[in-house]
Design a protein around this ligand. Structure first.
Ligand code: SAH
Length: 276
């Protein structure tokens, strides 16, 4: 790829190149349903010459990409063979330095547990322009599918978004402290990447939250494959195991879910289907 765009751009690729030389956009692809992409995300994807795709991104969103765009899959799931983060950062920098209009497509919103903080730092250090395009984060997609708000004047004055998967060597979240805070301040708990540590999360949260605190587990939120289970906090791990639920799941915990408590699993499934 040439470093300078041509004086008179004559192809879509050249036009995209001409408009935005050497930049990286971190773009949220939403939780799964491709209709949840923002218009800004669609436009940014269409203008990209190189697209780096994370593994939770629904490939259907690539229908908006230019036919000449180079698509690179850089998925990396905890515990699986993956593209190292340092390699992804180097690739973004080198492509942008060559003049490419790089889009890094991430599941949900790029600012929520997407390692965007590290990427923004690396790109800025290399002198690369960075743009952020928001997406709908998984928990909000999941809550919408259940017709449930994340806050409520009577039950939830705010939200704590927490990861269940700490960096290796990091002791991770103090779940007991979190449970006390959530109870005292009336906060909804939204846990990402919580499946593997669900038993410990449940045991620790029970030190501060009531056993009958409502929980919703939503897997593959907003996709046709979505599954969900309702339970109480003392049955979180058991429910995950019995329903054979696996990553990607969000765990939604708190009184804001009480409105669903009277419904059976079949009724909740019906509700979720009706929202899609
Ligand atoms: N940036 C993403 C989160 C990335 S971390 C966002 O804003 O949604 C990856 C975790 O997100 C998964 O382990 C899971 O907890 C959650 N997740 C992503 N997509 C999901 C989906 N469709 N359904 C349920 N959880 C999902």
């Amino acid at each position: 790829m040439k470093n300078k765009p041509p004086k008179v751009p004559n192809s879509a690729r050249d036009i995209a190149h001409y408009i935005a030389t050497g930049q990286v956009s971190l773009v949220g692809a939403g939780p799964g349903d491709p209709d949840l992409l923002t218009l800004k995300a669609v436009k940014t994807i269409a203008a990209a010459t190189v697209i780096l795709v994370d593994d939770l991104v629904n490939e259907a969103v690539l229908q908006h990409a230019n036919a000449n765009a180079r698509i690179v899959y850089v998925g990396k799931r905890g515990g699986c063979a993956s593209t190292p983060q340092a390699f992804i950062e180097k690739l973004m920098i080198s492509e942008a330095q060559k003049g490419e209009n790089v889009v890094r497509l991430k599941g949900g919103d790029p600012l929520v547990f997407g390692r965007s903080g590290e990427e923004i730092e690396a790109l800025q250090k290399a002198g690369i322009r960075v743009h952020i395009v928001n997406g709908i984060t998984a928990a909000l997609g999941a809550l919408a599918s259940l017709n449930t708000a994340m806050t409520h004047r009577d039950h939830a004055h705010g939200v704590l978004m927490v990861t269940g998967h700490a960096k290796p060597g990091d002791p991770g979240t103090d779940w007991r402290a979190l449970a006390h805070t959530a109870r005292q301040a009336k906060l909804t708990l939204v846990i990402y990447m919580g499946v593997a540590a669900a038993q410990r999360i449940q045991d620790e949260l029970l030190h501060g939250l009531a056993a009958d605190t409502p929980v919703a587990i939503v897997q593959d939120a907003t996709l046709p494959s979505q599954r969900q289970a309702l339970c109480t906090l003392d049955c979180l791990h058991q429910t995950l195991a019995e329903q054979r639920m696996a990553s990607p799941c969000v765990l939604l915990i708190g009184d804001v879910l009480r409105g669903l408590a009277g419904l059976g699993q079949a009724e909740v499934a019906e509700l979720a289907r009706g929202q899609m």
